[in-house]
Design a protein around this ligand. Structure first.
Ligand code: FES
Length: 116
């Protein structure tokens, strides 16, 4: 059988128990830096690099659904990646699923295996 080369991939990111509310976690999935956020009983995932300059949002500060970049204070909504301050454009978000105690992230086919 020939599976599509363009099919998106679910990548296991981490055990759910390693995520803490109020503390973003950075992971690298197929070379893509991804930030994970536990908010209540949900988990959200975004690209980990701020769209303003170069900073890891997983080093930032989260309050409710808003992540603040540690470098110049850009603010993004982790639910839809919407930029609310400072940065010029929105943030890539990724679908998340939780199964058997593991958090998986759906990476678009074009995001994986890139340099970086
Ligand atoms: S790098 Fe994030 S606000 Fe400047």
């Amino acid at each position: 059988m020939n599976t599509s080369d363009k099919a998106p991939d679910w990548e296991v990111a981490c055990p759910l128990e390693t995520l803490r509310e109020g503390t973003p976690k950075g992971v690298k999935l197929k070379g893509v830096p991804v930030a994970l956020y536990k908010v209540g009983d949900k988990v959200y995932a975004t690209h980990d690099i701020c769209t303003h300059a170069y900073a890891h949002l997983s080093d930032g500060f989260i309050e409710n659904h808003l992540i603040e970049c540690p470098l110049h204070g850009a603010i993004f909504d982790v639910r839809d990646g919407k930029c609310l301050a400072v940065a010029p454009c929105d943030l890539q978000t990724y679908s998340v699923k939780i199964a058997d105690g593991a958090v998986s992230v759906l990476l678009p086919a074009s995001d994986g295996d890139e340099n970086g």
